[in-house]
Design a protein around this ligand. Sequence first.
Ligand code: TRP
Length: 359
Amino acid sequence: MKKTILTGDRPTGRLHLGHYAGSLKRRVELQNSGEYKNIFIMIADAQALTDNFDNPEKVRQNILEVALDYLSVGLNPDISTLFIQSQITELTELTFYYMNLVTLARLQLNPTVKAEIQLRDFKTSIPVGFLCYPISQAADITAFNADTVPVGEDQLPMIEQTREIVRRFNHIYDDVLVEPKALLPDNQVCMRLPGIDGKAKMSKSLGNCIYLSDSAEEVQKKIMSMYTDPTHLKVTDPGHIEGNTVFTYLDAFCKPEHFEKYWNEYMSLDEVKEHYQKGGLGDVKVKRFLNSIVNEELEPIRERRKEYEKDIESVYKILKAGTEKARETASQTLYKVKNAMKLNYFDNKELLTERLTRL
Ligand code: TRP
């Protein structure tokens, strides 16, 4: 049986190389594999509001940016359904019923939620909407009957939470929800690409991102300023590759054919690493090589972006049509859910009247 994918991103900024390595590139491969019957890619604006409720403008303005990023990396709207979360009102209704199946203690145990509470310094004033976003994420996934959710490692607790909700629902009411599985990036380094400053994660607030929409000049400037090995002062000094961001990026993006094309003094990345560790290989040369590789990857993305930017009207139409299609599927699931809960009173009179008419 052909499978179904659902995944998405919060529109809080343009997407960057970390998103690309960790999930976007894989999504395009999955899309083009032909193994999936339905692919739903969601711009999670409602979820973004759970921690940006006081800045709705930011969320709204980034919807089109994320859509452009999606289309530029090669998500094809003829195959993948691109849509906007907040317009699928069925999702909030599902969330409301799923809330009964989750305890407060369980939400507070969710490691991703815990980390985000700390990061945002909510302390004891945690907005309820924020705390409940894992439940709304379960609604996102189940509404589309997704069995496969391609995500980064940080999302695993969300998928686990969804699986628990599905099992409880199916056990209490009826077997209608599909239990999903996470699909992680297959390349370990791609799981979490560090920022150009060497910090654990690329993040807009840290200002350490290479954006998919950056120009070739901007990318070059950022790569040349990248964090490497602070003990590698002179070219002749032995260098370290552990924790050296330039090498982490090379591990993520370098392919054997790049040597012939851009750096024929070496045959493989292992050779480069060996030389660097021994001493005698300067950072600038390695950075130039990385720059060629990253730009080769980003160039077609930039080109496609330029085309779509000339025709924003078509992007708007893609989102509108995708959202209509997604809504159809979500409404079928909501119908099944309410049916299982015996809430569809006005489709079936008996549900309300059977007891009294029996008298
Ligand atoms: N939580 C995801 C993120 O922060 C976005 C998201 C919302 C999502 N709903 C989803 C991802 C459902 C996968 C499935 O990026």
